[in-house]
Design a protein around this ligand. Structure first.
Ligand code: NAD
Ligand code: UDP
Length: 340
C-alpha cells in the first residue's frame, strides 16, 4: 500500500513554508495532457495538489513548471496498486487515452481502468473524499443515436481492439455507481468527448495532434477510412472548467454528465481546416479505416448546461490556432536541439 502525506510545514522542493488549512486535491494521471491542465487550475485557485502518475503516457515536463510551487507534490505510483492518500477531492484521470496508446497494452489498459477505479474509490472511502471519474464518450461505442444523451446505453463491441478501453471505462462507471449505492461515496462521473490542446504529445496518435504535426512538417495528412466519420472537438480549457464546476456541484449531482463541444465535423473537414490554418503544402491522403471506428460522435450537453451552467466557449478555429502555436514552438525547439 502506497501512502503519502504532504510534509506539513515546508515544501519538499522549494523549502518554502506551505500555508496550513488548505483543501488537498489528488489528481491521478496529473502528468498527462488533461491532468496537467487540471493541476495548474487547482493550484491557481489556491488548493494543495498531489499529482499521482506512473508516467506511462504522461511526462514530467508537463508539470515541471509547477514543481517549485510549495503546494504541489508529485508522487510516482501506478493506480493498479493500492494507495492511501489523504485528500478531500480526488480526480481519477489515470488511463491511456489515445487509441495507439491504449491498444499497445490492452490488458494493462483494462486493469488500469478497473483496478484504478477500485483503488481510487477505496482511498476515497477512507477519507470521505468527493471522487470524480474521467469517463469517456467511448462508453457509447459506435452510436446509432445522435447526438448522444447520457441515457443512451451505447453500442460497444466487447471483443474488438477498442474494448480494453471502452469496456474498462464502462466497468469503472459501474464500480463508481456501486460504491455510491453501497458505501455512500460522493461520486461525479464525467463523460469526456474528444478534447485537444497544448501538451498533447507529438507522437500521441490522436487526430488533432497527428494532423497539426503532419501539416507543420508539410507531410501527408493521414485520414483513416473515407473521412466522413464525425467527431466533436472540445478545447482543453473548456473541459477543465466543466470538471471544476462538476466537482463543486452539490452532493445530489453524480452524473453521468457529458462534457464536450457539440460542434460536430467530419475528419475530412478537420484536415482541411488544419491545412489552411498552418498554410501547409501537405497533401490529404487516405489510409485503411481502423477497426470499430465510431462513425459519428456528438454530445448532447443539455444536462451539463442545466446542472452546471456550463457550455464550451472556445470555438474550433480559435482552439486549433492555440494548439498549432504550441506544436510550432515544440517542433522549433526539437529542431534547434537536433542542430546543436
Ligand atoms: P494522457 O495519456 O495524456 O494522460 C493519462 C495520464 O494517466 C498519463 O499521465 C499517464 O502516465 C497516466 N497513467 C496511465 N496509466 C496509469 C497508471 N496505471 N497509473 C498511474 N498513472 C497512469 O491522456 P489524457 O487525454 O490526458 O486523458 C486523461 C483522462 O481523460 C483519461 O482517463 C482518459 O481516458 C480521459 N479521456 C480523455 C479524452 C480526451 O479527448 N483527451 C476523452 C475521453 C476521456
Ligand atoms: N484519425 C485519422 N487520422 C489520424 C488519426 C485519427 O483519420 O491520423 C481518425 C480516427 O480514425 C477517428 C478520428 O480521426 O475516426 C478520431 O480519432 P482519435 O484517435 O483522435 O480519437 P477517437 O475518437 O477515435 O478516440
Amino acid at each position: 500500500m502506497r501512502s503519502f502525506v504532504p510534509s506539513e510545514g515546508y515544501s519538499e522542493v522549494s523549502g518554502k513554508p506551505v500555508p496550513q488549512g488548505l483543501r488537498t486535491v489528488l489528481v491521478n494521471g496529473g502528468a498527462g495532457f488533461l491532468g496537467s491542465h487540471l493541476c495548474e487550475r487547482l493550484l491557481q485557485r489556491g488548493d494543495r495538489v498531489i499529482c499521482l502518475d506512473n508516467f506511462s503516457t504522461g511526462r514530467r515536463v508537463n508539470v515541471d513548471h509547477l514543481a517549485s510551487n510549495a503546494r504541489f507534490h508529485l508522487v510516482e505510483h501506478d493506480v493498479r496498486q493500492p494507495f492511501d492518500i489523504e485528500a478531500s477531492l480526488i480526480f481519477n484521470f489515470a488511463s491511456p487515452a489515445s487509441p495507439p496508446d491504449y491498444q499497445r497494452d490492452p490488458v494493462g489498459t483494462l486493469l488500469t481502468n478497473v483496478l484504478g477505479a477500485v483503488n481510487t474509490l477505496d482511498c476515497a472511502c477512507k477519507t470521505a473524499a468527493v471522487v470524480v471519474q474521467s469517463s469517456t464518450s467511448e462508453v457509447y461505442g459506435d452510436p446509432n443515436q445522435s447526438p448522444q444523451p447520457e441515457s443512451y446505453c451505447g453500442n460497444v463491441n466487447p471483443i474488438g481492439p477498442r474494448a480494453c478501453y471502452d469496456e474498462g471505462k464502462r466497468s469503472a462507471e459501474t464500480l463508481f455507481f456501486d460504491y455510491h449505492r453501497t458505501y455512500g461515496v460522493d461520486i461525479k462521473v464525467g463523460r469526456i468527448f474528444n478534447t485537444y490542446g497544448p501538451r498533447m504529445r507529438l507522437d500521441d496518435g490522436r487526430v488533432v495532434s497527428n494532423f497539426i504535426v503532419q501539416a507543420l512538417r508539410n507531410a501527408d495528412l493521414t485520414i483513416y477510412g473515407d473521412g466522413h466519420q464525425t467527431r466533436s472537438f472540445c478545447y482543453v480549457d473548456d473541459l477543465v472548467e466543466g470538471f471544476l464546476r462538476f466537482s463543486a456541484a452539490g452532493s445530489a449531482c453524480h452524473g453521468p454528465i457529458n462534457l464536450g463541444n457539440p460542434a460536430e465535423i467530419t475528419v475530412r473537414r478537420l484536415a482541411e481546416i488544419v491545412r489552411d490554418l498552418t498554410n501547409s503544402r501537405s497533401r490529404i491522403v487516405h489510409l485503411p479505416a481502423v477497426i470499430d471506428d465510431p462513425r459519428q460522435r456528438r454530445p448532447d450537453i443539455s444536462r451539463a448546461m442545466a446542472e452546471l451552467g456550463w457550455q464550451p466557449r472556445i470555438g474550433l478555429e480559435a482552439g486549433l490556432a492555440r494548439t498549432v502555436g504550441y506544436f510550432d514552438s515544440l517542433l522549433a525547439g526539437a529542431e534547434k536541439a537536433e542542430a546543436v
